[in-house]
Design a protein around this ligand. Structure first.
Ligand code: ZN
Length: 514
């Protein structure tokens, strides 16, 4: 039954009560983010047990605030009213977060949290000693709890959807599986067509590179693309990540490899892309759910866009070469733009996902999604994961996995209870190609702008079309509005085909070493 309209004064009052509560939840959540950042970047070893208690205590408070019946009442009261689009989207988003939190019993939350820490530890031990059997019982236990979570949250078709929804609201496994199977077919064909890379390809970027110079390179590139150091900072950590604490405090980390120049540069650019999104979220809605990234897949599209569509493009090396020559005269002083471009774009199947090139990366993701879906359904016994992993890596990439450390134990996700996250990486790649194609349409001079290091027009376009909208639209609607169609593998495949066919076709280019 439609709710009677309330008087303007009382609606205004409800709104302000609602905003106060939501702002508090967001402030508490941002403190949790700050604690995580600190843990990865600067926490002394001795502080780890206390940090676990601090985070758990604060997470409990956030959960209490989110499930507070008073917030539910405010959401109900406001649900019938007419609101401006950002408030309407904020209500939709808070409703989704709250519904999910309310459905999961606190006993299950506690059991999961405990199982996750044990499982994480077991994974680290298993990985160190290459012993899957150490990890196996913990993973089985955690999977059982994730099934319970999915049942509690509810789903229409399969349990996997309930978990996927946390990262990519509205997406379903069946819909993704259709997109991914087309993608796999065409990627496999492209990989076969391109043939194996020559053993020396990429060697130019695999020399010794001093870390302070690599730092300088990352900072210069980040400044050029528009990352605001007044509202952020760059540190190093074991695994690069971005932490958006507030619009004025968006921190990134990277890591430098003494041998591989691309590792640090592209980690910085990847996280820089995430950070540009966070720094561009609508400041006038700070402290609301609508001023947050719409989905993990859209977030990943921003990192991939800067890392690959921009950072691995031919014009980018026109901009980058003088900087590389200045910072690394001994190693790269004689390298041409073309040689550098080729060295940064070698296609070579390997066992490790995070080291994969643009062509093979998504085949790693598709394998993981299929396996976690089967694990959740109970079709794949945990004990059989390493064997199936090897088999599928051989079939899809022609890669012989030497051990489980380089196989089923390489990623942390399952060990910390994160199931349904992997597909967002591939979604991010697909979205990034769609967005970049749309940006190219809107900005006819894009390549020339990138070549001279003028990234402002592209950033301004991304700000307007994507960042400033926050969670106003769901991911699929955002994609349709910006690109004219829903997520599709076609623009990504077109991009890969034209880029890598040109690179491979003109193999004479490999000799252009100046
Ligand atoms: Zn990312």
């Amino acid at each position: 039954m439609p709710r009677q309209s309330t008087s303007p004064a009382s609606t205004g009052d409800l709104r302000s009560q609602y905003r106060t509560r939501v702002a508090e939840i967001h402030s508490l959540g941002s403190v949790l983010n700050l604690l995580s950042w600190d843990q990865e970047v600067s926490l002394p070893r001795g502080g780890v047990p206390a940090r676990a208690r601090q985070r758990s205590a604060l997470a409990t408070v956030v959960h209490q605030r989110l499930t507070d019946p008073e917030l539910g009442r405010l959401l109900d009261e406001l649900a019938g009213g007419k609101h401006e689009p950002f408030l309407a989207a904020d209500l939709r988003e808070m409703r989704r977060q709250r519904d999910r939190a309310v459905k999961i019993p606190s006993a299950l939350v506690a059991a999961k949290s405990e199982a996750e820490s044990h499982c994480h530890q077991a994974w680290a031990d298993a990985r160190r000693d290459d012993t899957w059997s150490v990890f196996e019982p913990h993973l089985a236990r955690l999977l059982d709890l994730k099934r319970q979570e999915a049942e509690a949250v509810g789903y229409e078709t399969e349990a996997y959807d309930a978990l996927l929804d946390e990262y990519e609201p509205g997406a379903t496994a069946a819909q993704l599986a259709t997109v991914f199977s087309e993608l796999r077919r065409d990627l496999t064909a492209l990989l076969a067509e391109l043939g194996p890379a020559a053993p020396g390809d990429g060697a130019l970027l695999s020399q010794g590179f001093a870390e302070d110079r690599q730092q300088e390179l990352s900072r210069r590139v980040l400044r050029a693309v528009g990352y605001d150091f007044e509202r952020g900072r760059l540190d190093t950590s074991l695994h690069p990540f971005t932490e958006g604490i507030a619009p004025g405090d968006v921190r990134i980390t990277t890591r430098f490899h003494p041998q591989e120049l691309g590792a640090g540069l592209y980690a910085s650019l990847h996280e820089g892309g995430h950070a540009l999104y966070e720094q561009g979220l609508p400041p006038e809605h700070e402290g609301t759910a609508v001023a947050q990234a719409v989905s993990v897949g859209i977030h990943e599209s921003q990192s991939r866009l800067w890392e690959n569509q921009v950072g691995r493009s031919r014009p980018f090396f026109t901009y980058l070469r003088p900087i590389l020559v200045e910072l690394f005269p001994d190693q790269l002083g004689a390298a041409s733009e073309e040689t550098l471009y080729r060295a940064a774009n070698v296609v070579r199947p390997g066992a490790i996902r995070i080291e994969a090139d643009e062509v093979t990366y998504n085949l790693h993701i598709i394998l993981r999604m299929e396996m976690e879906r089967a694990l959740l359904r109970g079709d794949l016994p945990v004990a059989e994961v390493p064997g199936v992993w090897r088999e599928r890596m051989r079939d899809s990439l022609g890669v012989v996995v030497p051990d489980d450390r380089n196989g089923a134990l390489q990623d942390i996700h399952w060990a910390v209870g994160v199931f349904g996250y992997f597909p967002t990486y591939t979604l991010g790649n697909l979205y990034s190609a769609q967005f970049f194609a749309a940006a190219r349409q809107a900005l006819p001079e894009l390549d020339a702008q990138i070549a001279r290091g003028d990234f402002q027009p592209l950033l301004a376009w991304l700000r307007r079309e994507i960042h400033a909208r926050g969670s106003l639209l769901l991911a699929d609607d955002l994609c349709r509005q910006v690109t004219g169609s829903g997520v599709s593998p076609a623009p990504f495949l077109d991009y890969l085909r034209s880029k890598y066919r040109a690179l491979r076709g003109d193999s004479g280019g490999r000799e252009i070493r100046s």
